[in-house]
Write a new protein. Sequence first.
Length: 317
Amino acid sequence: MSIDDQLAEWGRGAQALALLDAAFAQGWITFLAEPRDLASLAKLSQQDPDRVRDVLGALVANGIAVAESGRYRLAPDVAAAVAGDAPMDLGAKVANARLVARQVENVVRTGAAPLTAQEAVVVARSFAFRAGPGSRAVVTMLFEPMPEMWEAMRDGRLLDVGSGVGGFVLTAATMLPGMRATTLEVVPEVAAVAAARAKDLGVDDRIDVRCMDARDFVAAQAYDVAFWAQPFFPADARAATLATIRRSLRPGGLLLVQELEAPSEGPGFALRRLVAQAQGIPFARTIEDLVAECADAGFVDARVITSDFGRVALLTA
Ligand SMILES: C[S@@+](CC[C@H](N)C(=O)[O-])C[C@H]1O[C@@H](n2cnc3c(N)ncnc32)[C@H](O)[C@@H]1O
């Protein structure tokens, strides 16, 4: 591909992402969940009909909306991704993709990619399940190859380390009415979203949302299972975090860690790694690296499980 063609492709991608991000922010994605004509969209968006026609043209040309007999609606795959039963939040993923682009720029310009609290919320939302039927179906499939972990959670206590906005723990809590959990999240604004979601879902009586550095948590042998969101922990916090988790689990308690993405040669991988490394995060640790890291912290009996969702390891305290 010539550099001009390449540039046109990069530009189109960035512009389409900007369009989709603004379409969420301005309510277009909600308006277009139902088929609507131009006049009703002009009324809903409170914009001039000519401008509305141009925005709709851009949404259709970029595969976000479709036009049929003078009415417009979301393209089927976009509609499915924003439906109430979708497992994850498409708007959050779009916002995060734009954030990563800004971070790449920051790293190249300054060598650093610090996150504001609100950006940390964007990141956490983009990785979180939405706690509806879609995410419950995904969690069921995720745990099929490790029934011992699911059974230990059923009436047990879970320590969720690096909980973000609580995607996993809150979905599990809606599925397992006997499960109790403590969540550890260091960014107050992110922990506040997790606490609000727990309340909305009616599970806040069983979920203890703590805003703190995981390394400072003390609760000896109180937990049956732990989940560590390891891809988000910088190198200098990892050994102490694993020591906390091991101390917190009862003897025989289980730890779950996930390989976020396997190393690859692709350009996207190189960009994400650039950002992670500027944040001190060892990017794309393989499951073998993770098992060795956990073994160094004293965990034993590692079992690696490969599924359609990638690779995870289950270890015993
Ligand atoms: C993006 S979330 C992971 C997703 C989450 N497990 C879920 O199911 O939705 C990872 C979180 O770990 C948090 N984190 C990083 N280092 C931490 C530490 N030392 N103690 C507590 N939380 C930490 C980050 O602030 C981030 O919000």
